[in-house]
Design a protein around this ligand. Structure first.
Ligand code: 4AD
Ligand code: MG
Length: 477
């Protein structure tokens, strides 16, 4: 007897043949109809048991969540809702799930409730769909870069440098926290620590990726990154995954072209390969939005939004133009922004980003040429002396999804910047070497993977698109 995944079985439909499937019970109706799911697809397989011919104690063990092996014949279905079903001849119970204590029952559970059951929530339709899309998106990202001549580079997770210069890092140490070695000034002596220096979890693989781009030409990283920022929002995680391409000889325009092409390609991949899951997620989103006031509901369905991004050019706007638009905008004049925009130089908050994308341009926007002093030290200074070749890609419902830049390739300019920011030049000796030996124009960016999964699945909270979210006060599982 051939064993099938449910996905395979529903695709091939070997009607009349003996088949075997394994999976978990979604529902069991009338002591007769088992809806079985094995995670291979959003669809369940209906398995019919003739309860008259089955052992009663066995039937009692079949309840939502139980793991079963079912054998029988695949037949055309009599009932509505499915084209084929299994006429079961044999049911083997791998494991039961006590209905009194199994938390995932066939009813609507809130996303908040399910977050506390993160080890079981992937058994729901919503989370299995999200996690299949997440997997497809990862594959799409590798495919895009591999097809376009990029090499996958593994940046270190433990690092001695602070790439973003923001200082929001998790320390890595093996020192005795109760009795650490101290130096003459009474400060903790990290020279006695495991690595002989202060080390942290990386906030970005960019600086190391730059070293590889300056030899391999086109590289990308795709790995976990860590930020100890105390941001309890629906778009921030303390541990998230980032994709960072870095390309030698690319200027900022080429960097924007790459970001736009890359994003469109991976979204198209999801449209082409995740149809069933998207259909489910689209309905889920519609349902969720019904409980919101009309003004907050989105004008487009999930797939319409994805197609819109693929089919339209991203609007490229300089920071200076954006500030003008924001300064003269209705919400600014009516003091509706929490952070009013009054002068050039202000950092943009997500309320401003979302206004530009959702209300003003109504399409993805790439903002570029930001003021130097609100961006990281490594960005290339423009001729005006006050802006840098930075770019942020802003998405509807998300805000910033990509941050990137053309890098400062001039040794003296970079050294001046490092001095002005009081960064220890010695820490960056290897990064400065790139500017000493064969320096060249180069650019790259970072895509926040979970924010992209949020966009493609329509999930409102970033905690619901990663298996085990790490956020302030929360590292269960
Ligand atoms: O804008 P960021 O900080 O850029 C960098 O780290 C650069 N080194 C990237 C580069 O040029 N190679 O982060 C990049 C993206 C953001 O646009 C956002 O999508 C995501 O990473 N991101 C987060 N996602 C979830 N939780 C957080 N706490 C995030 N912080 C940034
Ligand atoms: Mg950023």
């Amino acid at each position: 007897m051939k064993s099938y995944s449910i996905k395979e079985l529903l695709e091939k439909q070997p009607v009349g043949e003996p088949v075997e499937v394994n999976g978990w019970v979604k529902t069991f109706r009338s002591n007769r109809f088992i809806a079985l799911n094995d995670g291979s697809t959003i669809h369940n397989l209906q398995c019919v048991v003739d309860f008259e011919n089955f052992d009663e104690t066995l039937l009692k063990q079949i309840s939502t969540g139980a793991a079963l092996k079912i054998s029988g014949t695949l037949v055309e279905s009599q009932g509505k809702g499915q084209s084929v079903e299994i006429q079961s001849t044999d049911v083997f119970v791998h494991g039961t799930a006590d209905p009194e204590t199994y938390p995932i029952q066939p009813k609507k559970h809130s996303l908040e409730f399910l977050r506390e059951k993160a080890h079981l929530r992937v058994r729901t339709n919503t989370f299995s769909a999200v996690m299949r899309v997440r997997s497809a998106l990862s594959f799409a990202i590798h495919s895009y870069f591999q097809q376009n001549g990029f090499y996958y580079m593994h940046a270190p997770i433990i690092t001695g440098s602070d790439a973003e210069g923001a200082g929001e890092m998790f320390r890595v140490t093996t020192l005795d926290d109760k009795n650490p070695p101290v130096d003459e000034q009474g400060k903790v002596d990290y020279s006695e620590d495991f690595f002989g220096k202060e080390t942290n979890l990386t906030v970005s693989g960019q600086l190391e990726a730059e070293t590889y781009a300056m030899a391999l030409g086109k590289v990308y990283t795709f790995g976990p990154t860590f930020r100890a920022e105390n941001s309890n929002t629906s778009r921030h995680l303390a541990e998230f995954w980032m994709i960072e391409p870095e390309v030698a000889f690319n200027d900022l325009d080429a960097n924007m072209d790459l970001a736009e092409d890359f994003i469109k390609w991976i979204i198209q991949y999801v449209l082409d390969n995740c149809g069933d899951d998207l259909e489910f997620l689209e309905k889920r989103l519609l349902d969720e939005e019904k409980s919101k006031p009309q003004a907050e509901r989105s004008e487009m369905s999930l797939t319409e939004k994805l197609k819109f991004v693929v089919e339209n050019n991203f609007k490229r706007v300089s920071y200076t133009e954006a500030i003008d638009i924001l300064r003269n905008s209705k919400p600014n004049k009516k003091k509706k922004f929490q952070y009013p925009i009054d002068a050039w130089g202000a950092d943009l908050q997500s309320e401003h980003e979302r206004f530009l994308v959702e209300k003003h341009f109504k399409c993805p926007v790439i903002l570029f040429d930001y003021p130097a002093n609100i961006k990281a030290f490594y960005m290339r200074l423009n001729e005006d002396g006050k802006t840098v070749r930075a770019m942020d890609v802003l998405f509807p419902g998300i805000g910033e999804i990509v941050g990137g830049s053309q890098r400062e390739e001039r040794l003296d300019v970079l050294q001046d910047k490092i001095k002005a920011l009081n960064i220890d030049e010695k820490e960056l000796w290897w990064y400065l070497d790139l500017r000493r030996f064969g320096t060249a124009t180069h650019s790259g960016f970072g895509l926040g993977f979970e924010r992209m999964v949020q966009f493609t699945t329509g999930m409102g909270n970033i905690r619901d698109v990663i298996p085990y979210p790490r956020t302030p006060q929360n590292a269960e599982f």
